[in-house]
Design a protein around this ligand. Structure first.
Ligand code: ADP
Ligand code: MG
Length: 622
């Protein structure tokens, strides 16, 4: 047996830091929570170089006395709970007394604080857990904590930090979460000495949402009336299914003002919508208040997960709150009964193909602002593509020769059940040895071949074709684009914007002409020719969404054009709704691809059923 040693305080703090301090955003979370707990009415956050070089949180809260300031930096020092009973009913955000010493152990840390009304303040400097300097000083009332060079003494941890852009986006997200949870506090955020926002206090949650996410989104919010019962209450705002997102990052759920990500709640929310399209998530802002006794927030060091003592009550109340507010909201913008996001294979809406209305011509020089939530109802979606998207077959010609349903040939065919080879008898458009029989379940096309039958998945086929086109164009540097009559302005979420800056080069290579247009907004002046213009903005937002998603970033170690093209092809194919008449061209293009039988993500595009196999199923043997 090896000998047991007691860890030094510094080491214990570094170990604890592993739990609390993961990256600049997690430091920020702890500091902002402390400021809120200290009763601040203004919180100012400064981050430099993603918060890795510097992060600073200043507040006008209670401040600390000269005696308390050094105590705050000892492990398990907290002013917030004294007993186990108090732990059970904690309403403050912090309570572990671990954050400050942990952060100070892995950074160059400076605390300046002065109690409200006190004459003198205190300034403490700690490097890597070691006290360097203590002095009295005439600082402003309240507390400022400045962290420089996070993980300077733990190179292994520092190496794990992502790019400055990514860290900054995560940090901004933290500030946003707290700004949403505490609308009565003024938040000022500066990044690399640039003011990002300065939002005034408000009692109205909708106003705070608008301050952070824009007025246009705020106008679509459906209020969730306050529903109470079982020791809890729920209220907030939700967005209709038509505003569904590909990731959960538009879900802001707070439990007693603490942002949480809980699978139980996420599921209840979906049920409240009476089911939600797979792969999409509702966008919402919900505040759940629960008696502290009925919930344990001490499950996870960063307190994002919670444990409810009566989970079923929470689920029932949530479902009720959401379904009630959806049925109350009878706005003219209510999504159609089969929302387009829900059905990637839905037929195109007729008006999308109509030419622009004459009245729109007058406003052509003003760029239209589209927020990320703004999609199908924009007047721009009525615009006709300037160039016909590639592969849109001239429907009339083909329709004439094609029966849309299977019509048996007039003469009774003599079927030789035992033959290994099929001899196509009926007529219909052919592509090589494939003869079109018809469509099945909208997205499957049935072909007859000498070997039997083949099912083609239209969307999967288009995915492969688009991918091949994109990569070929990339190699040849020849990207057919279509210019937009009116530039589109896309207003992005900080993280999406950050993703854009990382992939900017590839967007350009794929034929998207996007320029930065002020803070977190992009202006699009052209898009690849294969996209229908009515979808261009939503398309970009979806792409950014999936490129931002954690499952994608895990996959994508290097940001290659190939990876980008896979994503573009996938999204673009899902947005299309090719008709049966286009099937022969699609098959032709598919067969011209290098790997026609699977999508870039290895899903089948064509599935054959041999006559042999079919015969066997019917017990017919040659
Ligand atoms: P906890 O928040 O769990 O109590 P921390 O390590 O985050 O632990 O903080 C330790 C103590 O330092 C707090 O309990 C509080 O008394 C004091 N403190 C920290 N930040 C502030 C602040 N911004 N204003 C006033 N007091 C603070
Ligand atoms: Mg704390």
């Amino acid at each position: 047996m090896s000998k047991i040693y007691l860890m030094s305080d510094a080491l214990a703090s570094q170990v604890a830091a592993g739990e609390v301090v993961e990256r600049p955003a997690s430091v920020l979370k702890e500091l902002i929570e402390n400021s809120i707990d200290a009763g601040a009415s203004t919180i100012t956050v400064d981050i430099r170089r993603g918060g890795i070089a510097m992060l600073r949180v200043s507040d006008d809260g209670s401040g600390m006395s000269p005696e308390d300031a050094p105590r705050a930096l000892q492990r398990h020092a907290t002013s917030k709970i004294r007993s186990l009973e108090e732990l059970m009913t904690i309403t403050q955000l912090g309570f572990r007394g671990e954050a400050l010493p942990s952060i100070a152990a892995v950074s160059q840390f400076r605390l300046s604080t002065r109690e409200q009304g006190a004459l003198e303040g205190t300034e403490l400097t700690i490097h890597g857990g070691e006290l360097i300097d203590t002095r009295s000083s005439g600082v402003a009332a309240g507390t400022t904590i400045e962290i420089k060079e996070l993980f300077f003494n733990i190179p292994a941890r520092r190496k794990f930090l992502k790019s400055e852009e990514t860290e900054a986006a995560q940090a901004e997200h933290q500030v946003r979460l707290h700004a949403l949870a505490f609308p009565h506090i003024r938040f000022i955020l500066r990044r690399d000495d640039r003011l990002i926002y300065d939002i005034s206090p408000t009692q109205d949650w909708r106003v705070r949402i608008a301050q952070l996410s824009g007025e246009e989104l705020a106008q679509k919010l459906i209020p969730v009336p306050c529903i109470q019962g079982h020791g809890l209450s729920v209220h907030g705002y939700i967005l209709p299914i038509s505003e569904a997102r590909r990731t959960r990052k538009q879900q802001f759920i707070f439990l007693n003002n603490r942002p949480i990500e809980d699978p139980l709640i996420a599921r209840a929310v979906r049920d409240g919508y009476n089911g939600f399209p797979t792969g999409f998530h509702p966008a919402l802002y919900l505040n759940i208040n629960i008696e502290p006794l009925l919930v344990d927030v001490n499950v996870h060091p960063s307190k994002r997960e919670v444990r409810f003592s009566r989970p079923q009550d929470v689920v029932t109340t949530l479902i009720q709150a959401i379904s009630q507010s959806l049925s109350n909201s009878v706005t003219p913008q209510k999504p159609p009964s089969t929302p387009r996001v829900a059905e990637p294979f839905a037929l195109p809406q007729q008006q999308e193909l109509l030419p622009p209305r004459p009245s729109m011509a007058t406003s052509q020089n003003t760029p239209q602002v589209l927020r990320h939530a703004d999609k199908d109802f924009s007047p721009l979606s009525l615009k006709k593509p300037l160039l016909p998207p590639i592969l849109r077959a001239p429907q009339k010609e083909l329709n004439q020769e094609l029966p849309l349903t299977y019509t048996p040939p007039s003469a009774e065919p003599s079927i030789d059940y035992t033959s290994q080879k099929n001899t196509p008898t009926a007529t219909g458009p052919t592509v090589g040895e494939f003869r079109l029989i018809g469509e099945f379940c909208k997205h499957y096309i049935l072909w007859e071949t000498p070997e039997g039958i083949v099912l083609m998945h239209m969307t999967a086929a288009r995915e492969r074709i688009l991918f091949d086109q994109l990569t070929r164009q990339y190699e040849g540097q020849d990207i057919p684009t279509q210019q937009l009559l009116l530039p589109l302005v896309l207003e992005l979420d900080v993280r999406d914007y950050n993703t854009f800056t990382q992939w900017e080069k590839h967007f350009k290579q794929a034929g998207f002409h996007l320029q930065s247009f002020g803070r977190n907004t992009l202006q699009m002046t052209a898009c690849p020719a294969f996209l229908s213009l009515s979808n261009a903005s939503q398309f970009c937002l979806n792409i950014l969404d999936s490129l931002t998603s954690s499952s994608f970033t895990r996959k994508a170690k290097t940001l290659t054009f190939q990876l980008f093209a896979v994503e573009i092809a996938l999204q673009a194919a899902r947005q299309e709704t090719p008709s049966l008449a286009e099937a022969p061209r699609i098959l032709q293009a598919l067969l011209n691809c290098e790997l026609p039988y699977c999508t870039p993500q290895n899903k089948p595009t064509l599935v054959p059923f041999s006559l042999n196999e079919i015969n066997r199923k019917f017990g017919v043997y040659a």
